[in-house]
Design a protein around this ligand. Structure first.
Ligand SMILES: NC(=O)c1ccc[n+]([C@@H]2O[C@H](COP(=O)([O-])OP(=O)(O)OC[C@H]3O[C@@H](n4cnc5c(N)ncnc54)[C@H](OP(=O)(O)O)[C@@H]3O)[C@@H](O)[C@H]2O)c1
Length: 287
């Protein structure tokens, strides 16, 4: 039986990928930096390994005997260095396939630093000789969970998105696409643009959340600088807050962004709608 290593298994897309890989006839090995989280995964019946992208020896241990891998890195300046280290360790371990989470718009000349860093890691993977599938998702619906404190406290969510219509993706669908790319034929060498099925405004997102929790939620557009300060106050590093403010400025200029069909093509069903997401996460939002 083939073995799949799932990095970032305690995070948003890694956990979703792990969920979708269960029962598909593969040995699954979840990677985390934390011995406590590894023990919790083992308790749920998932084989877990403790490793850190910054520690090459730990990566070699994690990848020993692995045939395929899901590669995700939290948004950080270490993405190129850490993902290259992972790809090198995977080559040494004889891994045959890597599915990497990147970002929509990745490219060497992209205006966002995150998109340039992902482009560098993508290019390294493409030249590694290992079979690959690259997933370039749009903004996750799960980012809306960051608004829980103001939704619960003030019945409001704040950002600088204005009236932009954005095809947010439910990260559960990223996990489903990743699981398909890791276990089915026909995905090697592909780059998938992953969006939700429809472009929505943040007021529509607030309405859907309000509907699911049974109280009105307002979207409040704020100036770019206030949005940046808010993100930094929530713990985002300045470079990432700058990236996200730039992304939202661009979104306002474009107005309506078109959804991609890649999720439906890979899964044979449309991705989750914002209403599905709001209903399924109603408990988290306070419903
Ligand atoms: N959020 C969005 O809207 C969006 C949109 C497009 C693309 N993306 C891309 O998606 C990626 C983030 O995905 P995500 O939200 O699934 O990730 P995440 O939840 O932020 O993090 C994934 C996991 O990475 C692990 N990790 C962190 N540092 C590590 C290290 N040094 N070594 C090993 N593991 C480490 C952590 O697990 P442990 O603590 O258990 O070790 C964490 O749970 C980013 O690359 C971002 O650019 C995000």
């Amino acid at each position: 039986m083939k073995t799949i290593l799932i990095t970032g298994a305690t995070g948003t897309t890694g956990a979703a990928t792990l969920q979708h890989l269960k029962g598909k006839g593969f040995n699954l090995r979840a990677m985390t930096r934390s011995a406590e989280k590894a023990a919790a995964l083992e308790k749920q019946g998932v084989s877990a390994v403790v490793a850190d992208y910054g520690d090459a020896a730990s990566l070699s241990r994690a990848l020993e005997g692995a045939d395929r891998a899901f590669l995700v890195h939290t948004p950080a300046l270490e993405i190129p260095k850490h993902e290259k280290a992972f790809i090198e360790a995977a080559k040494r371990a004889g891994v045959e396939k890597i599915v990497k989470v990147s970002v929509i718009g990745a490219g060497p000349d992209a205006p966002l630093r995150l998109a340039r860093m992902h482009a560098e890691a993508e290019s390294y993977l493409m030249q590694s000789g290992i079979a690959y599938t690259i997933l370039r998702p749009h903004s996750f619906m799960q980012n809306l969970l960051g608004n829980i404190p103001t939704i619960q406290g003030q019945g409001a969510m704040y950002s600088n998105n204005g009236d932009a219509k954005i095809p947010l993706i439910d990260a559960r669908d990223i996990g489903a696409v990743a699981a398909a790319a890791l276990t089915e034929e026909g995905h090697d060498g592909k780059i998938y643009i992953l969006t939700g099925p429809a472009a929505v405004t943040f007021q529509e997102a607030a309405d859907a959340i309000g509907q699911s929790v049974g109280k009105a939620v307002q979207f409040v557009n704020v100036p770019d600088d206030a949005a940046k300060q808010g993100m930094m106050g929530a713990g985002f590093p300045e470079w990432l807050a700058d990236d996200l403010v730039t992304l939202n400025q661009w979104g306002r200029q474009v107005g309506e962004q078109q959804p991609s069909e890649d999720v439906a093509k890979v899964l044979g069903r449309p991705g989750h709608s914002l209403e599905d997401f709001a209903r399924d996460y109603a408990g988290a939002f306070g419903g």
